[in-house]
Write a protein that binds this ligand. Structure first.
Ligand code: NAD
Ligand code: TYD
Length: 354
């Protein structure tokens, strides 16, 4: 079996569902269920014996050691993290705690577990670390996209904490020989995306008749990847990635934020029109994010050349599926828009939600 951390979050839950759709190999899913973790994402697996959910912290060494000893996974896939840049600006401590200290604790437990395996199991074992393109910092308009050899230059507490975790993973490979793989992915979008990130926030606010907040001039560029393409890339890297290597994963889909928001409004105008006017009328420019990275772009050539992976979705196909999913899953949206989410909206945008 495999052990997944953070498998109740956006990408992790998509990955668990995708994994079990492609294989019968069971998954142990260790997730703390922070505000971002949501077991409703995995409701379809409630009676599925291939999925074992454990609520717990990757920083709880005794728990991780006992899970490894009990389930004896052949691979650990590490998704768990604090993941939202704006939250890292308001409160960086949780990012250091989970992304740096938590990853360290997990690596230590995995190192001891791996050291005790037979030679054959040791050789077959993998620790796959899910990282981000944000560790490379920001690009100018004419710069070449990030490659695996681009120097690290993290600019936010979030990206700095992910960079620190990447360095630990690298060191555990070089020092102890732990069979690691690291992926650097661009911005994901798709089902089960928590509505604090741009695309699901815009969809939720649009339908609720609320302002659609654009930071600064809205010309910042991100490289969007449909989440199921990311899941396929991770399966491929796990199966065939070279040990100790890093792989950039991107959608070849660079878009300015304002163009993303216009696209979302136009699809909503077609699929779920307002009684009068366009969703674009709700666009509202707000103060820019401090230290806002201007442009991210991934050169995903290495993973395509070496492992034969490339994205199946274009932005046009993926975003349409995404909007349709949100329109068809309003109960999920309502459910996540409670509790901690309400406090966050008030703090970040100075608005009372609801
Ligand atoms: P998310 O915030 O939606 O989910 C994170 C999950 O981790 C949640 O279920 C949460 O409960 C869990 N978690 C947090 N702290 C934990 C802890 N201490 N112990 C156990 N579980 C804990 O994040 P996501 O968007 O699904 O991102 C998953 C991974 O992918 C992260 O490592 C992130 O850095 C990386 N990534 C995300 C994107 C993106 O666009 N979302 C892009 C590139 C890389
Ligand atoms: P986000 O989804 O938070 O991802 P990241 O910061 O990791 O790239 O933001 C994507 C882009 O959208 C980023 O440039 C910030 C911008 N943005 C807004 O303009 N308004 C918003 O309300 C949010 C959440 C993001």
């Amino acid at each position: 079996m495999i052990l997944v951390t953070g498998g109740a979050g956006f990408i992790g839950s998509n990955f668990v569902l995708d994994w079990l759709a492609h294989s019968d190999e069971p998954v142990v899913n260790l997730d703390k269920l922070t505000y971002a973790g949501n077991l409703h994402n995995l409701a379809s697996l409630r009676d599925d014996p291939r999925h074992v959910f454990v609520q717990g912290d990757i920083g709880d060494a005794a728990l991780v050691v006992s899970l490894l000893a009990t389930h004896r996974p052949r691979a650990v896939l590490h998704f768990a993290a604090e993941s939202h840049v704006d939250r890292s600006i308001h409160g960086p401590a949780a990012f250091i705690e989970t992304n740096v200290n938590g990853t360290f604790t997990l690596l230590e437990a995995v190192r001891a577990y791996w050291a005790g395996m037979s030679a054959a199991d040791k050789a077959a074992f993998r620790f796959l670390h899910v990282s981000t393109d944000e560790v490379y910092g920001t690009l100018g308009a004419d710069d070449a996209p990030f490659t695996e050899t681009t120097a690290y230059a993290p600019n936010s507490p979030y990206s700095a904490s992910k960079a620190a975790s990447d360095h630990l993973v690298r060191a555990y490979h070089h020092t102890y020989g732990l069979p690691t793989l690291t992926t650097h992915c661009s911005n994901n979008y798709g089902p089960y995306h928590f509505p604090e990130k741009l695309i699901p926030l815009i969809l939720a606010n649009a339908r609720a008749g609320k302002p659609l907040p654009i930071y600064g001039d809205g010309r910042q560029v991100r490289d969007w990847l449909y989440v199921s393409d990311h899941c396929a890339a991770i399966r491929r890297v796990l199966a065939a990635g070279r040990l100790g290597e890093t792989y950039n994963v991107g959608g070849w889909n660079e878009m300015a934020n304002l163009d993303v928001v216009h696209t979302l409004c136009d699809i909503l105008d077609a699929l779920d029109p307002k009684p009068r006017g366009s969703y674009r009328d709700q666009i509202s420019y707000v103060a820019d994010r401090p230290g806002h990275d201007r442009r991210y772009a991934i050169d995903a050539g290495k993973i395509e050349r070496e492992l034969g992976w490339k994205p199946a979705e274009t932005f046009e196909t993926g975003i349409r599926k995404t909007v349709q999913w949100y329109l068809g899953n309003q109960e999920w949206v309502r459910d996540v828009q409670s509790g901690d989410y309400l406090k966050w909206v008030e703090k970040q945008y100075g608005l009372q939600d609801g």
